[in-house]
Write a protein that binds this ligand. Structure first.
Ligand code: FES
Length: 244
């Protein structure tokens, strides 16, 4: 495979029709827990237990496996509709653009993974418009943490992307401030995601893939894990230590 098909690190995620994610190239996989400030605002992601993968590991995307994060075949009897519904169009095409002081914020709401990093102190949509280094830094931090890539920043003067490259890897989002909720599979560092149809989604630095089975924008997370109360039971785990 070429670098473009697998990403520079040789990683790639393929979606099996009505089945799991097939992860090629054994990227690192860790728990990441959303940490909050005194006011309950999402502030950071704290790395937790690791789950080593072998090449072609199968990760659950129906939410029903008894061996999460791995697939145990439960999708065959779970009755969860795993049909992909997301657009293949560039994310920028479906985004609103909000011109701020020095930066432009683009917002494609269909990719909201409900990480709530955009609501610290005041919302990112307002923060981007306020002059000053403090507000610029906070805006960048909010956008960098936005797990699904709903929010992106652009230089207002040049139009260049201000995306900060992340290392390639996967993480299992945990959200304890919402009563022990679990969230999507966070995918960082331009790992290609390929549909069961063989078509590739736009390669992006930050992506969030649904692992609860309830998203209306599959394979991407749309925040539905919060309304269905998805929990993966991994928060006390030390990591399985086994390859899947
Ligand atoms: S994990 Fe977020 S909608 Fe399924």
């Amino acid at each position: 495979m070429t670098d473009k098909e697998t990403g520079g690190d040789g990683f790639r995620i393929e979606i099996e029709e009505n089945g799991p994610y097939i992860v090629r190239g054994a990227p690192p996989l860790n728990i990441e827990t959303i940490t909050t400030d005194a006011d309950g605002g999402s502030r950071d992601l704290e790395q937790g237990a690791s789950f080593p993968l072998r090449d072609r590991a199968r990760l659950c995307r129906c939410g029903q496996s008894q061996d999460k994060p791995y697939c145990d075949g439960s999708h065959k009897t779970a009755g969860v509709d795993l049909q992909e519904t997301a657009s293949f169009a560039p994310i920028a095409d479906g985004a609103q653009r909000i011109a701020g002081d020095k930066m432009v914020l683009s917002d494609n709401e269909s990719l909201c993974a409900y990480g709530r990093f955009c609501d610290v102190e005041q919302s990112v949509w307002r923060e981007v418009s306020i002059p000053g280094q403090k507000h610029e830094d906070l805006t960048k931090s909010m956008v960098r943490h936005c797990p699904g890539g709903r929010l992106e920043l652009w230089d207002k003067a040049t139009g260049d992307s201000l995306e900060e490259p992340l290392d390639s890897g996967l993480s299992l989002i945990e959200d304890p401030s919402l009563g022990g909720l679990s969230g999507p599979l966070r995918v960082t560092g331009n790992i290609p995601v390929v549909s069961a149809s063989g078509a590739a989604y736009e390669v992006r630095n930050r992506q969030a893939l649904c692992r609860c089975g309830a998203s209306a924008n599959k394979p991407f997370c749309d925040g539905s894990h919060a309304s269905v109360g998805f929990t993966d039971g991994l928060t006390d785990s030390e990591g399985s230590g086994k390859d899947s």
